[in-house]
Design a protein around this ligand. Structure first.
Ligand code: XMP
Length: 460
C-alpha cells in the first residue's frame, strides 16, 4: 500500500454513491485515498487469530456480532501495514489489541472498512457480515449453486462450440468436478488425460482409472509418465524449480496427448480461485507470488490450445457444493485435496525413488490411522512430509540412522487459511509407533503445529 506503484481502485468507486466494503488492504486503500493515513513497522503487524471488541456506537454491518457471553468475536488477521489515521467521516466500531481500527465505517456514505478477513473460515461470523453488507447494498442474496451450474454449462458450450476438449484429471475433487461438468456440457467432445507423474499416493492411479472408466464412462487416457518426471527432477531441490519443472512437463505431456486425441482445441483444468490469487503477482502489488501453482499461468502460445477453467472463480467448499449438485458420490467429494505437483512438494530437498517409496508407506499409515479414529471428515487435509535429514535412533539392539518425517493435518474451508488439527497425544503416540514399526526407513516422527498464515499447508 505504501509503495509508489501499489495498485489502487479508480477514484470513481467512491464517487458513485454505492456502498463499499474494504477488506484488509482494501481498508488501507480506502483510508489513504479518502484522506486518512497508513503506517508501517511499529509492531502492529498481526498474523492469525485475533479477537475484536465493539467500540463506540452499534454498526449495521455488525448486526448479529458480539452476541456471545464475552462480548468479542474471533477474526483472522494478516497484515503488516496498518491504518494510522482515519479518513474524515469515518469512525471506529471495533478494535483488536493490534488493530485499533479493526472495523471502521462512514455509515452516512455506506463506506465500511475492516482490517481482518471476514471471508475466511477462521472468522466464524464473517458470513453474517457479508449477509449484512449484501442487505445494506439492497440485494436479495438469492444466488444458488444450481443456477451457477446452468450458467457454467452454458458458458462452456459457448466457449467450446463443437471443438474437442482434453481435461487433465488428477483424481482430486477439482479436476473431477471440472471433468463431470464439462462432460455434462459437451459430452463425447471431452477426453480426460490422467498423467501419472510417479508422484502419486499409494494406490491412487488405480483408483482414478477405475472410477472414471467404470463409474463415469468418460473417455480416459492413462499416461504413465513417471520415468520422464522423476528423471527430470533428479538433483532438483529448489521448491520453485520443482514446481516449474513439473508444470512444464505437464504441458509437454498434454501437448502429446492432445495430438493423439486429434484436433483438440481446448485444455480443461480444475483451477480454483485460491490458485489464481496465490500465483498472480500484480506488478508492484502486495500479493507476491507465494508458490507457482503448476496449473495456473496460461499455456505457451505454441500449444495452440485454449484454456477451459470452469472453477476459476470458486473456492473449494463451493466446488464441493457443485460436485454434489452434479451428483458425484459423497465419499468422493469429501476426499482431502491433493496438490498437482503431488509428493514432490512433500519431499523437501532432493526427490529420490527411495524417499518416495518411504513417504508413500508412511502417508498410507497416517491416513489409515485418521480413518480408524473417525477423524477423516473433520480434517481438511492430512499427509506426511519426509524430511531431508537423517537422525540417530535405537531399535532393538541396533543403532538406526534413518529419515525423520513430519505429520501435517489441518482444518480449513478453502485452503487460504488453516489451523493445525488438535490430535490427542495418544493418537500422535500411536501413529508415531505404527509408522516407525511399519515403515522401514523412518525412525523419527514429528507433528507440524504451524497455522496458515504464517505457514502454508504444503511444505513447499
Ligand atoms: P498451500 O501449500 O499453498 O496449499 O497452503 C493450499 C492448498 O492448495 C494445494 N496446492 C496445490 N494444488 N496445484 C494444486 O492443484 C498446486 O501446485 C498446489 N500447491 C498447493 C494444497 O495441497 C492445499 O490444499
Amino acid at each position: 500500500m505504501l509503495d509508489a506503484d501499489a495498485p489502487r481502485p479508480p477514484r470513481a468507486v467512491f464517487e458513485l454513491g454505492v456502498p463499499v466494503l474494504g477488506i484488509c488492504y482494501g481498508q488501507q486503500v480506502m483510508m489513504q485515498m479518502l484522506g486518512g493515513r497508513v503506517g508501517r513497522g511499529d509492531g502492529t503487524a498481526e498474523f492469525g487469530r485475533a479477537h475484536i471488541r465493539p467500540s463506540g456506537a452499534a454498526l449495521d454491518l455488525l448486526e448479529g456480532w458480539f452476541s456471545g457471553d464475552d462480548d468479542r468475536e474471533q477474526v483472522w488477521m494478516s497484515h503488516g501495514d496498518h491504518v494510522a489515521a482515519l479518513a474524515p467521516g469515518f469512525a471506529v466500531y471495533a478494535t483488536s489489541p493490534g488493530a485499533p481500527f479493526a472495523v471502521t465505517a462512514d455509515p452516512a456514505r455506506r463506506f465500511y472498512a475492516v482490517q481482518f478477513h471476514p471471508e475466511v473460515h477462521h472468522t466464524p461470523a464473517g458470513r453474517t457480515l457479508y449477509a449484512n453488507f449484501v442487505r445494506l447494498a439492497g440485494f436479495k442474496g438469492d444466488w444458488t449453486m444450481a443456477a451457477y451450474r446452468d450458467e457454467a454449462i452454458a458458458k462452456i458450450r459457448a466457449q467450446v462450440g463443437d471443438g474437442r476438449v482434453i481435461c487433465g484429471l488428477s483424481g482430486g475433487v477439482d479436476s473431477s468436478v471440472a471433468a463431470v461438468l464439462i462432460h455434462e456440457a459437451v459430452g463425447e467432445q471431452l477426453t480426460c488425460v490422467f498423467v501419472d507423474h510417479g508422484l502419486l499416493r499409494q494406490g491412487e492411479a488405480d483408483e482414478v482409472v477405475t472410477m472414471f472408466r467404470d463409474h463415469y464412462n468418460i473417455p480416459l487416457i492413462h499416461a504413465d509418465e513417471s520415468e520422464l518426471f522423476l528423471g527430470e527432477l533428479e538433483g532438483v531441490s529448489d521448491p520453485e524449480e520443482k514446481r516449474k519443472t513439473i508444470g512444464r512437463l505437464f504441458i509437454d505431456v498434454f501437448q502429446k496427448h492432445a495430438d493423439e486425441v486429434g484436433n483438440a482445441a481446448f485444455l480443461a483444468q480444475g483451477t480454483l480461485y485460491p490458485d489464481v490469487i496465490e500465483s498472480v503477482s500484480f506488478s508492484g502489488g502486495p500479493s507476491v507470488t507465494i508458490k507457482s501453482h503448476h496449473n495456473v499461468g496460461g499455456l505457451p502460445e505454441k500449444m495452440g490450445l485454449k484454456l477451459v477453467e470452469p472453477l476459476r472463480e470458486l473456492f473449494k467448499d463451493e466446488v464441493r457444493a457443485l460436485g454434489r449438485e452434479l451428483g458425484l458420490p459423497e465419499g468422493f467429494i469429501g476426499r482431502h485435496p491433493f496438490p498437482g505437483p503431488g509428493l514432490a512438494i512433500r519431499c523437501p530437498g532432493e526427490i529420490t525413488r527411495e524417499k518416495l517409496a518411504i513417504l508413500r508407506k508412511a502417508d498410507a499409515v497416517f491416513i489409515d490411522q485418521i480413518r480408524r479414529h473417525g477423524l477423516y471428515d473433520e480434517i481438511w487435509q492430512a499427509f506426511v512430509a519426509i524430511l531431508p535429514v537423517r537422525t540417530v535412533g535405537v531399535m532393538g539392539d541396533g543403532r538406526t540412522y534413518d529419515y525423520a518425517c513430519a505429520l501435517r493435518a489441518v482444518t480449513s474451508v478453502d485452503g487460504m487459511t488453516a489451523d493445525f488439527y488438535p490430535f490427542s497425544h495418544e493418537f500422535l503416540g500411536e501413529t508415531a509407533t505404527r509408522i516407525i514399526n511399519e515403515v522401514r526407513g523412518i525412525n523419527r516422527v514429528t507433528y507440524d503445529i504451524t497455522s496458515k498464515p504464517p505457514g502454508t499447508i504444503e511444505w513447499e
